[in-house]
Design a protein around this ligand. Structure first.
Ligand code: 0WK
Ligand code: 0WK
Ligand code: BGC
Ligand code: BGC
Length: 913
């Protein structure tokens, strides 16, 4: 006689089974899910159906997995999972697994997740700031990889518009906006540090990269955590809405959206619809809401409520806590389902949720949890089976061996989830041998690896302040070597005495001619310095050609050309009959024995005229002028353009005691204490030293920071092995450096889909003025497209972004390196003056410094960081070094005048005696 109790229990049991039956998916149903997922994957890839596809198949612009050659130091952010992490990742080459990481976890309070976008990104930047402080890295401008675990429409590796928030996020004014821009804006708002955001990656992609670093077969990334998603390496030819058919690109499937077109309504239960209805984004992410950690607990809670309502659980008593949304966290599922947990412990979990339960209750709860998590794992398995089968067919293989990199608390913590998932994949994709490896280090490492891949050729061009200070110290040592009598002969930085003893003192006056040879223009100037009420300078100038055949021809032809231009200028100025004193700015390294005696040590930049090196350039010019015989000139001084620049700026600012050129070439001079210049007699006062820092490193001291591109530039230059520092930083070489990097990246398929055109292979096709144009914030990308199109490489938008990035790295390196060598000069001046704080002015000229949109700002910032105990004013030389040369000439002619008077008085004295 079946007791009423037994009957009641049986019907209760049936009711429970009926409820849970909806979660039990048959192999057929799973096959259908797999097939439907496959259809959606294909629809997502096709141009026409992509816009309406429920599985968005978003391009990631990651073209390959790591190959072990990555290296460098990177920052990474990891936002969107349970924890927000800020990491620093150091990757060393050659030895796989040689990655060192340090990270800090930061909370993202609910009110920030669901506040305004500005608040959210300000919060992120505040965490970064805290981390950089903690790591003492606030001044290092490291490249950053940003793991952003939400669907983004990317148009490049560092450009991605947020499609829609998922999981617990709902910050306003973010959807539809570029996430990288929002982060950059927030960093700007805080104005405390600078970062180079190189890549934005989805956490599935970061996870795939992290695992592929260990296992090259890893070509799929799976997240089974708060959210649920997969990415994999797809054939470019199948991604119809992205240009190019060669090679592969990683696609972020965003399978969480599967079902948006109602194609899985047959397996969605009313609990799923309730959870969806009660979520932050109803109607969206339906597949995710059946499979991921954010929702499984909530599904269980709603089933428990239903069963309790039907008196099948907890004696039909629905507690307030059980009514509380989100109270039944997914971690409880994992705990409750753990085989190691006795029923008693299940009851204590339920207790913790304010649920008094019986053993039966806890058994039923365990069953409910099991049903929900099992379905989740099976659904993920079915989806994964669709993905691996697609890859197998992509490659025309009967059997595929592949690895999936996995992360996520659900996969990691749930006792059965991973096994069920793997079993489902094996059943539904029998032709695929699929290995699953757990990502130990999270996707931050993967984000850093992606940054390294992109940055592969560039990372070596990024210097931490530590490295810059080391270069500063090296240069300081070279300065001392150059100043020392014994060490000068072998010093690379020649520290050439200029015989200029002071900057203008306001007493200069007269009518002068100045020649300005060696920069991008050969200029002849007439400079009139007069003293009406105050000292004024009038200048007239004319630019003359310096044709290739002249500067590469014989020395006599070159100086004949200079003399001819001078004659022409004097003609036009109607001063051919006047013997005006001439100041000759000759922008090459010269050993002076006095102001108007200067022997050219070596040509630099484009000049290579024969028979001039080792000769006194004043003599050569005088000879050429004499040869003409149509005018007479009195060359009173030869000055380096750095000296001319310092003098020009010194005319307006008495504090100016450093002159720098950052143009075709680069160099610096400064006022040194005479007692420190062993090569010149006397200890009183100061003399301007032309450092000729362009030759820094010619003895190999910079080999550790020179890249393969620097070596290639040097090999192709008219003066191999010389001016190695100049070749890393100056305008004559910057465009070429960029071109060489682009060729290499194109060869690696990282750019222009691997297209390499004869123009791109032609030396000099990218000029430094192009680099400056491309880095202009507003029209830079358009310029990039224009210039690259002219090179025939048919650039895509992200090619232009990447090229802009390359330009930024190369020009930034230049500014940083010059900041380091200038820093050495400033600290020397400070020590010379024995002052706790240096106050000085640096006069600057040169087309790179003047034309490049960011150069000056970057240089100033780095100098102030490297030499904090200084107040440095950077004064741009508006009128060129000709004016400065005239100032020196004024001084020289006065000296001669004084000297002559002295001589005459001495001679008179002798005569009298
Ligand atoms: C750890 C990864 C992170 C990802 C998370 C997902 O580093 O990028 O978002 O796993 O798992 P969850 O924390 O959502 O469980
Ligand atoms: C303008 C100066 C000249 C100097 C030049 C350097 O007047 O003496 O050589 O700047 O800049 P560049 O023309 O090489 O860019
Ligand atoms: C997001 C994905 C992410 C996944 C795992 C989903 O909600 O849409 O972009 O990969 O969660 O974190
Ligand atoms: C020369 C320097 C000059 C600099 C800037 C270098 O190549 O060696 O003398 O000052 O270019 O024009």
């Amino acid at each position: 006689m079946v007791t009423a109790v037994a009957q009641r229990l049986a019907s209760q049991r049936k009711e429970i089974d009926d409820t849970l039956a909806a979660f039990a998916l048959s192999p057929t149903q799973l096959q259908e899910v797999k097939a439907k997922m496959r259809v959606e994957l294909e629809r997502g890839l096709k141009k026409d159906s992509h816009p309406t596809a429920s599985v968005k198949m978003l391009p990631t612009y990651v073209y390959r997995t790591p190959d072990g050659t990555e290296r460098g130091k990177y920052l990474a952010l990891d936002l969107g999972g349970t924890n927000f992490r800020v990491l620093v990742v150091k990757i060393r080459t050659g030895m796989r697994n040689s990655v060192r990481m340090y990270n800090k976890i930061y909370a993202i309070p609910l009110e920030i997740m669901q506040g305004t976008g500005e608040e959210l990104f300000d919060h992120i930047v505040q965490c970064i700031s805290d981390f950089l402080d903690y790591m003492g890295m606030k001044n290092t401008r490291l490249p950053l990889g940003f793991t952003f675990s939400f669907p983004c429409n990317q148009t490049g590796i560092d450009k991605g518009d947020l499609v829609c928030w998922t999981k617990g996020f709902k910050a306003t004014e973010c959807e539809g906006y570029d996430v990288v821009d929002m982060l950059r804006e927030a960093i700007k708002r805080r104005n405390e540090f600078d970062l180079d955001i190189v890549a934005i990656v989805n956490d599935t992609v970061g996870t795939m990269m992290t695992c592929a670093y260990e296992d090259p077969k890893c070509q799929i990334g799976l997240i089974a955590g708060t959210g649920s998603n997969v990415c994999y390496m797809e054939e470019m030819k199948n991604i119809e809405f992205v240009e190019g058919d060669e090679g592969q690109m990683c696609v972020n499937t965003e399978w969480g959206g599967f079902g948006a077109n109602d194609n899985i309504e047959d397996i969605r239960t009313r609990y799923d619809r309730e959870v969806d209805g009660g979520s932050l984004n109803p109607g969206k992410q339906r597949f995710e809401k059946m499979t991921s950690g954010m929702y499984l607990g909530e599904i269980v809670r709603r089933i428990l409520i239903d069963l309790t309502k039907h008196g099948l659980l907890f004696r039909g008593r629905i507690t307030e806590r059980l009514k509380t949304k989100g109270i039944f966290e997914t971690k409880f599922l994992s705990q409750i389902e753990s085989d190691r947990l006795a029923l008693l412990q299940v009851r204590s979990i339920l207790q913790h949720l304010g649920l008094d339960s019986t053993c039966d209750d806890s058994i039923i709860v365990k069953e409910v949890c099991g049903a929900v998590s099992r379905r989740a794992a099976q659904l993920c398995g079915a989806g994964m089976a669709a993905v691996v089968d697609k890859i197998r067919e992509n490659r025309g293989l009967d059997n595929l061996e592949i690895t999936v990199g996995v992360d996520g608390t659900l996969y990691k913590l749930h006792p059965h989830f991973s096994t069920i998932l793997k079993d489902t994949v094996r059943e539904l994709a029998p032709n695929c041998k699929v290995d699953f490896i757990l990502s130990e280090d999270g996707s931050g490492k993967g984000a850093a690896l992606i940054t390294a891949v992109i940055d592969k050729y560039l990372y070596a061009m990024r210097f931490s302040d530590e490295t810059l200070r080391d270069i500063m110290a090296r240069f300081r040592r070279e300065m001392e070597n150059g100043l020392g009598r014994d060490t000068n002969p072998t010093a690379t930085v020649k520290m050439l005495p200029t015989f200029v003893r002071s900057i203008p003192d306001g007493s200069e006056k007269g009518d002068f001619i100045a020649l300005d040879l060696g920069g991008s223009n050969f200029r002849i100037l007439r400079v009139k310095v007069s003293h009406e009420k105050k000292q004024t300078v009038q200048m007239e100038s004319q630019i003359y050609e310096t044709p290739e055949d002249i500067i590469h021809g014989s020395g006599s032809r070159l100086f004949d050309h200079v003399a001819e231009c001078l004659g022409d200028f004097m003609e036009k100025q109607k001063i051919k009959d006047k013997k005006l004193p001439i100041g000759f700015t000759f922008s090459f390294p010269c050993a002076h024995t006095k102001l108007d005696e200067a022997v050219l040590l070596t040509w630099t930049k484009r000049f290579k005229a024969s028979g001039v090196e080792g000769m006194d350039v004043v003599k050569l010019l005088n000879k050429a002028i004499k040869k003409r015989g149509d005018y007479d000139a009195d060359i009173m001084a030869v000055v380096n353009d750095t000296v001319g620049t310092m003098m020009t700026c010194g005319f307006d600012d008495q504090r100016c005691e450093v002159g720098i050129i950052i143009g075709t070439g680069t160099n610096a001079c400064y006022m040194e204490e005479l007692r420190h210049i062993d090569l010149v007699e006397g200890d009183e006062g100061r003399m301007c030293i032309n450092t000729e820092w362009g030759a820094f490193g010619d003895d190999g001291t910079l080999e550790d920071i020179r890249t393969e591109f620097d070596r290639e530039i040097d090999r192709g230059s008219p003066n191999p092995g010389k001016q190695l520092f100049e070749k890393m930083v100056s305008g004559m070489y910057m465009g070429e450096l960029v071109r060489l990097i682009l060729v290499k990246m194109a060869k690696e398929g990282l750019l222009f889909e691997g297209r390499i055109t004869p123009e791109l292979l032609t030396k000099g096709k990218i000029e430094t003025k192009h680099v400056s144009a491309i880095e202009k914030s507003k029209e830079g990308l358009t310029k990039a497209e224009e210039i690259l199109t002219r090179l025939g490489v048919e650039p895509s938008e992200d090619d232009c972004i990447a090229v802009q990035h390359v330009c930024a790295i190369v020009s930034f390196r230049s500014a940083n390196l010059i900041a380091a060598t200038l820093g050495a000069i400033l600290t020397r001046l400070k020590d010379n003056k024995n002052t706790p704080r240096l106050r000085t002015t640096v006069g600057i000229d040169g087309s790179l410094y003047k034309m490049h949109p960011q150069y000056a700002r970057r240089l100033h910032k780095t100098v102030r960081r490297l030499v904090p105990e200084s107040d440095v004013r950077f004064l741009l030389s508006e009128s060129g070094s000709g004016k400065g040369a005239a100032m020196v000439t004024a001084w020289a002619s006065r000296k001669v005048h004084v000297f002559t008077i002295q001589q005459i008085s001495i001679l008179n004295k002798c005569a009298k005696n």
